[in-house]
Design a protein around this ligand. Structure first.
Ligand SMILES: [Zn+2]
Length: 109
């Protein structure tokens, strides 16, 4: 199956980690080979940065929040027209293929 989600799309998490369910965010990366996406604010992993000593200077320890990847089947595209999570259809015309919202039938591209 072809991946119909692209960078910059807004998606809603429909399954997966409970704390992420229902969250919406912008797709910031698509890993086509693995069929996984990175969504802003979803699947946050907290990395604790160790205190580093550089010469006489002590750098502050910190927490870095990073989004982990999630499976593309766990998200649905949110239609920019009707704001509903929707399945995506494809419509072809002279200019090529366009993504279409199966909910309101708006062209998404
Ligand atoms: Zn729609």
């Amino acid at each position: 199956m072809k991946v119909k989600i692209r960078k910059g799309d807004t998606v809603e998490v429909i399954s997966g980690r409970l704390e992420d369910k229902g969250k919406r965010g912008e797709v910031i990366n698509v890993i086509l080979d693995d069929r996984r996406v990175v969504v802003q604010g979803v699947n946050i992993r907290i990395k604790h940065q160790k205190q580093v000593q550089a010469g006489n200077r002590q750098m502050n320890p910190g927490r870095i929040e990073l989004e982990g990847t999630i499976d593309i089947s766990n998200v649905m595209l949110v239609c920019p027209k009707c704001s509903e999570p929707t399945r995506v259809g494809v419509q072809r015309d002279d200019e090529g293929a366009h993504r279409v919202c199966k909910n309101c039938e708006a062209t998404i591209d």
